[in-house]
Ligand binder design. Sequence first.
Ligand SMILES: [Zn+2]
Length: 213
Amino acid sequence: MDPGRIANLFVPSRCPVCRQGVDPDSLLCGECMRELNRSRVLRADPPEGVDRITSFADHEGIPRHLLAAFKFRHLTGLVGLIAGFMTDAAGLPDEHGLLVPVPPARLRTRMRGFDPVGLLADEISALIDLPRPGEAVLRRRGSGRQRGRGRTGRLANPPDIRPSDDAGRIIGGREILLVDDVMTTGATLSTAAGALRHAGAASVVALTFTRRL
Ligand SMILES: [Zn+2]
């Protein structure tokens, strides 16, 4: 018997969002799934430098709790579910496009032990058959402490994101699908889009799971 099944004998499976008991074969309970399927996709007002944006849901309620379970409780098994909702909302990509995730702050990745946006990007890339370059095209410096700064502080201190040396060769003339987990003020997406344009991207379309309104 595999270790997962042994664990199930002792720990009843719980929905990671609402903690109700669930069937061991389901990731979430039926109620949370129904609520997610009712989410209103947001497409208005892309941040500066971004041509279009799609966010699967408002950063509240069940979508927000689901994202937190994935990011902060390291429930990496939720990546396929979250990426699936994002790609359903996004529609089909440009066939010559490339997928680029917003790069994580190194310190934060080290503390967390994984890069949630990178994992989402790999999953989305496979789901919609849009390649993700093997080399990083964006570099990020600094601690990346955007969280907890407040809206004004975040807008005044955007993260330091720049194109890598090879970015022009890789992304020049292409449409980029820029992926992040959540849009808060738009400062991060704007900075990343500016770096992509600087490297010659033809257009930048953003995709996030949630958006704080
Ligand atoms: Zn639930």
